[in-house]
Design a protein around this ligand. Structure first.
Ligand SMILES: O=P(O)(O)OC[C@H]1O[C@](O)(COP(=O)(O)O)[C@@H](O)[C@@H]1O
Ligand SMILES: [Mg+2]
Ligand SMILES: [Mg+2]
Length: 339
């Protein structure tokens, strides 16, 4: 790319040329990006900034909150509440929805986020990130309620994540493919570094937490077992495995070079559909993956078509290279079918 294109310019051009980003959505995305820049600065300070360690509290899902979980949540709220583009926000770290206070102008959008994904990696200096999803407030709803957020992922108007790794990279879709922007720390701005991201349909790399193997369902066991048999097995090729334990980092690798990611339902807590959250983890990631030519299911159905029943709903996740996701989904739907 000879000329540097900033995130602002990219969004302005999307607004002008394609006309499918209203100016309010463009401004909202710029504010989210600015918040990610601040979070990136806090992450980078690490022990020097006193941001490592636990905060001594738990979130609504009963998970111990890290200091950075809370800092990132506050940064996102403070950056977004006064901009005039939002009606309400929802976060992994907040029990219920956050209404934009009356003292600020009210907007038409709803923002959902996982402020800090991969919390267990914060203190060990491994990549973490922020995941976000934007929905439109339903027509005619005056005071926003939780039910207004309960829209299927196919209703998202923008989705993305920012990964805080060796580089800080913001990855975005507004329904017109996937673009990646790298933070230029000297300029203080996100610069377009990849457009029309495409995931290869086939892969030789899978990502799953293998320590849960004994709890998996048969179709997942079958798929992984076949991968592990390598060249000698039915797949006729050797597979590699990666598990970073930050969904952002695992998805970023898949968008970069392909692969398949799974956090399936398992027998540890059978009443839970999965570990990951539908509305602010699985939905935005599934849309990005589909926009890059991949696929995303809960093992049986397309994730983006699932109707959420509650804000913090969990879901089983299979996403990435299309042919692998289709194979795993077929194993679930017809366990004995030979592919
Ligand atoms: O520790 P496990 O069970 O392998 O789970 C790892 C998964 O949990 C997550 O960290 C959940 O996200 P949070 O850190 O936002 O709770 C995912 O990013 C990751 O894929
Ligand atoms: Mg997360
Ligand atoms: Mg989180």
């Amino acid at each position: 790319m000879s000329q540097k294109i900033s995130l602002t310019r990219y969004l302005v051009e999307q607004q002008r040329q394609d006309g499918h980003i209203p100016p309010e959505l463009r401004l909202l995305l710029e504010i989210v990006a600015r918040a990610c820049k601040s979070i990136s600065q806090a992450v980078n300070k690490g022990a020097l900034g006193g941001v490592l360690g636990t905060a001594g509290s738990e979130n609504v899902q009963g998970e111990v909150q890290k200091k950075l979980d809370i800092i990132a949540n506050e940064v996102l709220i403070e950056a977004n509440e006064w901009g005039g583009h939002l009606a309400a926000m929802a976060s992994e770290e907040m029990d219920s929805i956050y209404l934009v206070p009356n003292r600020y102008p009210q907007g038409e959008y709803l923002l959902l986020f996982d402020p800090l994904d991969g919390s267990s990696n914060i203190d060990v200096n491994v990549s973490i990130g922020t995941i976000f999803s934007v929905l439109k407030k339903p027509e005619g709803s005056a005071a926003v309620e939780e039910k207004d957020f309960l829209q299927a992922g196919n209703k998202q108007v923008a989705a993305g994540y920012c990964v805080y790794g060796p580089q800080t990279t913001l990855v975005l879709t507004v329904g017109d493919g996937v673009a990646m922007f790298t933070l230029d720390r000297e300029q203080g701005s996100f610069v377009l570094t990849e457009e029309n991201v495409q995931i290869p349909a086939d892969t030789k790399e899978f990502a799953i937490n293998m320590s849960n193997m004994r709890h998996w369902d048969e179709p997942v066991k079958r798929y992984i077992d076949e991968c592990l048999q390598g060249k000698e097995g039915p797949r006729g090729k050797d597979f590699n495995m990666r598990w970073i334990a930050s969904m952002v980092a695992d998805v970023h690798r898949i968008l970069t070079r392909g692969g398949v990611f799974m956090y399936p339902w398992d027998k540890r807590e059978p009443q839970k559909a999965g570990k990951l959250r539908l509305m602010y983890e699985a939905n935005p990631m599934s849309w990005l993956i589909e926009q890059a030519g991949g696929a995303a299911t809960n093992g049986r159905q397309r994730i983006l078509d699932l109707q959420p029943g509650k804000l913090h709903e969990r879901v089983s996740v299979v996403l990435g290279s299309k042919n692998e996701v289709e194979r795993i989904t077929a194993y679930h739907l017809e366990p004995k079918a030979g592919l």
